[in-house]
Design a protein around this ligand. Structure first.
Ligand code: GDP
Ligand code: MG
Length: 454
């Protein structure tokens, strides 16, 4: 076994190559220690400069671990937890203390980390290697050495932790949003993407004890009839190659359309595992015909899963299938992260949903909701939002007779926002008609649809 434990009180990291047996350490030695950091300054390994007394013979057990290597010329013992070149190697002030057992085998070593802020952030990537160990009850001295690892919620399961990006692709109305909401539940953990973790917009994060699934945003792949449309196609096409797993969502109650074929074609270009997700199984086929074969033929697919996003059926199986296809890796986001920015986006999205829902498709997808103001007031969170539509006629529909529709939209959306935020909200809702905003690049930018260089 290879494992690490962390004592946050003493800022000490213990790296073990063998099972820890109390009292079996018979000798200690010191060596200059270095940390390997990635570009985001996160710990990804360590190295120790060994003296000439320590030979390969002393490292037999340690070298059985694939992450451990030894260069007999430079006498560097390296532990690379990930298959990547460190962006930086920093020397520690304190030497590593190495433990040897009675047959002179290196059992492990101890590193003293410098006092820095956000140490827990720097140690995020090693979380899958972290363990706690039971200190022997009869040895009170050892109790003090019991690592304090609560801050990491270490994964002590036998199975390796997996994490990665999951693209949910499919034409409009097949149930992507419903599925995502069902996955994430009411407790949304939608975050704004952090530059060092991804250049793909993240829609939501599902963290389970065994895995972290990061759903990346792939807006419906539309026909690129206007700039917004082509932006979306762009985004989706870009998100697919970067995803670790691609889920192609279809509506099994209807036959595949030309748009399904197009999206399937784009999906097939991905080298990631592709899962065919047959949604709306709760609904009888609209033309009485079975469509499974037709969807299968748009593949090949690595896997198919039948679900009902609406009834929340088959979702556990789908999560298991996705996780099975994810690479082994650490959590990329803290499991409870909710940023203010994400709440704004989410609130705007909830309003947009109500507009589309309550106007019953009279208002096309061109509607965009903008956050004008977001402010903590005495007992409420005040938010002023503008619903942007394309034409005066649409504006009239959204407002409704004597403002009745806008009121319905506002009160339904407010309820949902309050549920998500878990606090009272004052929603100040406005409607604007912006002619041709969809083709105006400055307006696209202003709405947050920024095209980024890849
Ligand atoms: P998206 O455009 O792909 O994000 O699709 P939505 O999630 O917005 O869903 C479109 C419509 O399909 C909504 O009216 C959903 O309630 C409905 N829907 C989604 N999933 C299911 C399902 O499993 N069964 C049924 N019967 N309807 C569903
Ligand atoms: Mg949707």
């Amino acid at each position: 076994m290879f494992a690490i434990s962390f004592d946050s009180d003493n800022r000490t990291l213990y790296w073990y190559f063998t099972e820890i047996m109390a009292g079996s350490t018979t000798a200690e030695d010191e060596g200059t220690a270095f940390l390997y950091l990635d570009a985001a300054q996160q710990l990804i390994g360590a190295q120790i400069a060994l003296d000439y007394d320590t030979t390969e013979h002393n490292l037999t057990g340690a070298l059985e671990h694939p992450v451990v290597s030894f260069d007999s010329d430079t006498r560097i013992l390296a532990i690379r937890l990930f298959d990547e070149t460190p962006a930086e190697t920093i020397e520690l002030v304190e030497p590593a203390v190495m433990d040897f057992d009675d047959s002179e085998q290196l059992q492990g070593f101890e590193l003293q980390l410098p006092a820095i802020e956000q140490l827990d952030v720097q140690l995020e990537r090693i979380v899958p290697f972290l363990v706690t160990f039971d200190s022997p009850a009869e040895d009170p001295d050892d109790v003090e050495r019991t690592p304090e690892t609560q801050m990491f919620a270490p994964n002590t399961e036998e199975v390796a932790f997996r994490s990665g990006f999951v693209a949910l692709v499919g034409k409009p109305n097949v149930g992507k949003s419903t599925l995502l909401n069902a996955f994430l539940g009411r407790k949304i953990t939608i975050v704004s993407p952090k530059p060092h973790t991804t250049r793909i917009p993240v829609r939501g994060i599902l963290t389970t004890p065994a895995a972290q699934l990061i759903f990346v945003d792939t807006p419906g792949i539309h026909d690129p009839r206007n700039k917004l449309g082509s932006f979306m196609v762009d985004q989706a096409q870009r998100a697919i190659p970067d995803a670790d797993v691609v889920c192609f969502i279809v509506d099994i109650s209807a036959p595949p359309s030309r748009l399904d074929e197009r999206i399937a074609t784009i999906t097939r270009r991905s080298r990631a595992p592709r899962i065919l997700v047959l949604n709306k199984t709760d609904q009888p086929s609209r033309d009485g015909q079975p469509h499974l074969e037709a969807y299968r033929e748009l593949g090949p697919w690595d896997m198919e899963v039948a679900i009902s996003a609406l009834q929340e059926e088959g979702l556990d199986i789908l999560v298991d299938e996705i996780v099975r296809h994810l690479p082994i890796g650490t959590r990329l986001y803290p499991s409870d992260q909710i940023t203010d920015q994400s709440m704004r986006d989410h609130a705007a999205e909830l309003i947009r949903e109500q507009v589309l829902h309550l106007t019953e498709q009279e208002i096309p997808h061109s509607v965009a909701v903008e956050v004008d103001e977001w402010e903590e007031r005495e007992r409420v969170l005040y938010m002023r939002m503008t619903i942007n539509v394309e034409r005066e006629s649409q504006k009239a529909i959204v407002i409704g007779a004597k403002g009745a529709m806008l009121k319905r939209i506002g009160s339904a959306a407010r309820k949902q926002i309050e549920e998500a935020i878990e606090r009272p909200v004052y929603l100040d809702l406005w409607v604007k008609a912006r002619t041709n905003w969809r083709d105006d690049p400055t307006s696209l930018h202003w709405l947050g649809y920024t095209k980024r260089k890849t």
